[in-house]
Design a protein around this ligand. Structure first.
Ligand SMILES: NC(=O)c1ccc[n+]([C@@H]2O[C@H](COP(=O)([O-])OP(=O)(O)OC[C@H]3O[C@@H](n4cnc5c(N)ncnc54)[C@H](O)[C@@H]3O)[C@@H](O)[C@H]2O)c1
Length: 246
């Protein structure tokens, strides 16, 4: 099934983990992919992996905190592939557990800038291009921690809750323009982001009995950006092995 042929997709944080799996999945489904990351080499490696599996891609450095970087990446999508139809705002950063009163205000700002404002700046640049292309779909990568708290993670939890609110508001603003905007909520997924965490208690917190794989999240993103999800917008979808059902 190659459902996205003729589409162009932009992915942030495409150099690692979930973003790389999403970029590879979009390419397998036929989309041309703009693979972006703060780490330009990592973005390029993802683009090379796409090209080596017969896909079509371009890589660029994009710091999600930079409004100009988002605009430049969208311009690259348009100049290289003729338009933009799909965006996945995936880039994010975690943190070491820190009780709220010990969070440095500068660190709080960094976490909100990357994990929340980065999504706003992405939407701000992507939506006009998607509207110009006649409509399309955006998926914002939130977290189970967009719906539940976690000890020691106040800044991350606040930012991810914000991503879901932003997703709902943006979906309402652009439904009439045929831009669907949804959020996914991964459970704990084995990527470098959680490399410092003790796995056993994390696995135990998922009723399905394992951690997520980046491909688990990519599958949900693939559905949400496809025509099969034509009536789906403004919604949040956990992909969490039952974590939030508890
Ligand atoms: N891994 C998990 O358990 C988990 C759970 C829930 C949600 N998420 C979310 O999934 C998304 C992807 O995380 P991952 O687990 O694949 O992590 P990862 O660390 O493997 O990848 C994150 C990528 O984002 C990039 N990045 C970081 N800061 C950036 C910035 N300012 N601008 C552009 N790119 C930047 C990094 O270079 C990296 O390539 C994040 O939004 C994260 O919060 C992850």
């Amino acid at each position: 099934m190659v459902e996205l042929t003729g589409s162009t997709a932009l992915v942030t944080g495409a150099g690692s983990g979930i973003g790389r799996a999403v970029a590879l999945m979009l390419a397998r489904e036929g989309a041309s992919v703009v693979a972006t990351d703060l780490d330009e080499d990592a973005a390029r490696q993802t683009a090379e992996a796409i090209d080596s599996q017969g896909g079509s891609s371009v890589a660029c450095r994009l710091d999600v905190r930079s409004a100009g970087d988002h605009v430049a990446a969208v311009a690259l999508a348009t100049s290289t592939f003729g338009g933009l139809h799909i965006a996945v705002n995936n880039a994010g950063m975690g943190s070491r557990p820190t009780p709220l009163a010990e969070i440095d205000p500068d660190f709080w700002s960094l976490m909100l800038d990357v994990n929340l404002t980065g999504v706003f700046l992405g939407l701000r640049a992507q939506i006009p291009a998607i509207v110009s292309a006649g409509g399309g779909s955006v998926v914002n990568v939130a977290s189970i921690l967009a719906m539940a708290g976690r000890r020691g993670a106040a800044a991350y939890v606040a930012a991810k809750h914000g991503v879901v609110g932003l997703t709902r508001a943006a979906a309402l603003d652009y439904a009439a323009h045929k831009v669907r905007i949804n959020a996914v909520g991964p459970g704990f997924v084995r990527t470098p982001m959680i490399g410092h965490m003790d796995e056993a208690p994390l696995i135990a917190s998922h009723p399905w009995g394992r951690l997520g794989r980046p491909e688990d999240i990519a599958e949900m993103v693939g559905f949400l950006v496809s025509p099969r999800a034509d009536f789906v917008t403004g919604a949040y979808f956990p992909v969490d092995g039952g974590y939030l059902a508890q």
